[in-house]
Design a protein. Sequence first.
Length: 306
Amino acid sequence: MLHSKIGRIHPRPFIHLLMVVSAILVSTSFTVGAAIAAKLDPAVLTLLRFSIASVILAPLIHHRYSLRVSWSMLGRCSLISACLVIFFWCMFLALRYTTALNTSVIFTLVPTISSFYALLLVGERLRKWQGIALLVGMTGAIWVIFKGDLGALLSMDWNRGDLIFLAGCFCMGFYTPLVKWLHRGESMLLMTFWVLVTGSGWLVLFGGSHLIAVDWALIEATTWAGILYLAFFTTVITFFLTQYCIPYIGPTRSMAYSYLYPGFVLLIDLVLGNGLPPLNVLPGIGVVLLAMVVLQVHSGVAENEL
């Protein structure tokens, strides 16, 4: 029902509104993930997130499409889910050593990384202003990571969590180009489901042994609440919205909405009473937001010229 309703309304402003909603939800995942990251092994946490999301979607998929799947769909979704699994494993591990704000800002490097992959996989070429916007966004992200400290930048004062998360971001950069490259006209809801299922399969294959070591009786109710939130709102909903929007606005513009994450994380932290970061961090966030606006505006102009 969700896909059929959205499928009837897809002018460009509506697509961008969906991406803003997705960005808000993804931003909450950094804060929620940071709160529960130390409670479970990263592989187990990611497996629970993917498997619960799959179970949530299964009845709807069975009702609308059936649970039969072709080898082609399984293979394509396995490629997409592999990059997601590595990213989320890196994210939960990184949040043991770094902050939600740092991870949200490092993630803003993904559009630049993704643009190179998009060029290779789907031939998406950047115009001059798009390239400039990506470089400006990267500059703003680096500013926040190093808190405006040039000395820290020159000495490459990255913490362990930042480096782990950066490695995950290089894998995540493949996500949107792969969705556009491997999509064969199927319902995006169906594709989202099989991405989640194959992702769960990858996690069982490579991290299933960690399940034995978990003392399930000691997992707190708040941790389960966090996992359920991540599974539904920041996995099922955001995966579907992103995959639905990619064919309309392309991989690079979809990923550019990650430039909104740091600002949303700051607002979330402020609402939760965690205060604001040092003032010398704020200019970097402003630069990141400006880059996102420039990228969207000039990409929209380029579309109208085609």
